[in-house]
Design a binder for this molecule. Structure first.
Ligand code: PHE
Ligand code: NA
Length: 460
């Protein structure tokens, strides 16, 4: 079905469709589900936001995921080469591969600071387990978090440990590295999440959380909220970073790209909603602020853990969950870059992983210092838009608001307008109506929606 001739010898395939689904879900499920989704939902008024978010997943997220997996599987190389091969096969310009170049570069940059945040999660497992939150005041817990951010050495230690964990898995390759990690971590993550939701049902505020998440109050929804929902749909499904191309390149020929992408997107959405159902009852039960923003997980929740019975056990479990989610996402960020270097260099899998891993670790140090020593350093401070933005802020801004949407937009346009329809049809293997719906979305609706967010974000 797909042309796999000239596939590099070092390549293998996922052992099953399930292995791909676990790995792609492992990538998708991350800080975005457990940390960001609950707080942006809180900030944007709950149910109405959730509804818009689900719509964005359907009309932008799922179509682009299918497009990315398609390119990876058709090319069977690293994302950049795959893109070029698919372009050549369709007599399109090889320049389209800029989409994958931007994606791979974004993956590299995002991993550098994602690892720093992964380190926070790792350090909080220890704090929770040691009972550091028990009986503490909000101030004391705020100081604990502030103290972590203020200490470059502590941050560096956790960043190093986290990055080492990621390198360790990716260096071992597809089967004994990635696949083994996700088949252990993903079921564990799911069980932990069920335990967390189970606990939340005992708080007496579960119903309140359900109505907060599922009762739409359109009065609370702003235009900004809609754009946040669209941007988050991208981020949460790990799109625009060449990840689904990289993972798709190992997907067996007999698998329906369409149905598989839908499954992964549904799993990610279910986890985000479950995370909301785990977190908000605890928030409400403790009279905490649902719209507390980014601090919700690292400051607000520990306060609750410190007051509940068995809070140190439950708190530690929660941060293990967060750590596992961040770990499988970080693995997926390293993979596209390593695939690329592996195809370029002769140093092999282990060598490529170590080279990329160390480079990424080094870049991460800039983000660490942005939180303390360099917090007053704003490299683009001469532009009003970036006044006061640290290196960390800038890396986050340019990847999330420029690189990801740009890569996603180009991918949708390329697949929608340059690739032969027959090839798409046979690879996606959807029903006739399903395919027609996807094809119209990816040609018209998805690019327009992404372009709107892109322009709006740059202007605001
Ligand atoms: N999809 C991840 C999440 O929801 C975020 C992520 C982005 C992961 C980029 C990997 C790469 O947290
Ligand atoms: Na996600």
């Amino acid at each position: 079905m797909t042309g796999s001739k000239s596939t590099p010898a070092h390549r293998g395939l996922w052992s099953s469709r399930m292995a791909f689904i676990l790995a792609a879900t492992g990538s998708a499920v991350g800080l975005g589900n457990i940390w960001k989704f609950p707080y942006v939902t809180g900030e944007n008024g709950g149910g109405a936001f959730v509804l818009v978010y689900l719509l964005c997943i359907a009309i932008v997220g799922i179509p682009i995921m299918m497009a990315e997996v398609y390119i990876g599987r058709s090319g069977r190389h690293n994302p950049i080469t795959s893109f070029r091969l698919v372009a050549e096969r369709n007599l399109a310009s090889p320049v389209w591969r800029i989409s994958a170049i931007v994606g791979v570069l974004a993956a590299f940059i995002i991993l550098s600071f994602y690892s720093v945040i992964g380190g926070w999660a790792a350090s909080y497992v220890g704090h929770a387990a040691m009972g550091d939150f028990t009986g503490q005041s909000a101030d004391a817990i705020g100081e604990l978090f502030g103290g972590l951010l203020a200490s470059p050495v502590t941050l560096l230690i956790w960043h190093t440990i986290f990055m080492a964990l990621v390198i360790l898995v990716v260096a071992r390759g597809l089967k004994s590295g990635l696949e083994r990690a996700v088949t252990i971590l993903m079921p564990a993550l799911f069980v932990l999440l069920l335990v967390a939701v189970g606990y939340a049902t005992t708080t007496g505020h579960f119903g309140e959380a359900v109505s907060f998440l599922f009762t739409p109050d359109f009065g609370a929804l702003t235009m900004d909220g809609v754009l946040v929902a669209l941007g988050h749909a991208f981020f949460t499904l790990s799109l625009g970073m060449a990840i689904m191309m990289a993972y798709g390149s190992y997907l067996g020929d007999d698998v329906s790209v369409g149905r598989t992408a839908v499954t992964v997107s549904i799993m990610d959405t279910v986890v985000a909603l479950m995370a909301g159902l785990a977190i908000f009852p605890v928030v409400f039960a403790n009279g905490l602020e649902a719209g507390a923003g980014p601090g919700l997980i690292f400051q607000t929740l520990p306060l609750a853990f410190g007051q509940m019975p068995m809070g140190s056990v439950f708190g530690a479990l929660f941060f293990v969950l967060l750590l596992f989610a961040a770990w499988t996402s970080a693995i997926s960020l390293l993979e596209p870059v390593v695939e690329w270097l592996e195809d370029k260099l002769i140093v092999g899998r282990v060598g490529s992983t170590v080279v990329v891993g160390i480079a990424c670790w080094l870049l991460g140090i800039a983000s660490i210092l942005s939180l303390n020593e360099w917090s007053g350093f704003a490299p683009l401070g001469m532009f009003e838009r970036f006044e006061g933005n640290t290196i960390f802020d800038l890396l986050d801004f340019f990847t999330a608001n420029v690189m990801l949407p740009l890569s996603g937009l180009l991918t949708a346009l390329f697949v929608g307008w340059c690739v032969a329809k027959e090839s798409l049809q046979s690879n996606l293997a959807l029903s006739g109506g399903g395919f027609a719906l996807w094809y119209n979305l990816v040609r018209f609706v998805t690019p327009v929606a992404v372009a709107i967010v892109f322009v709006y974000n740059l202007m605001s």
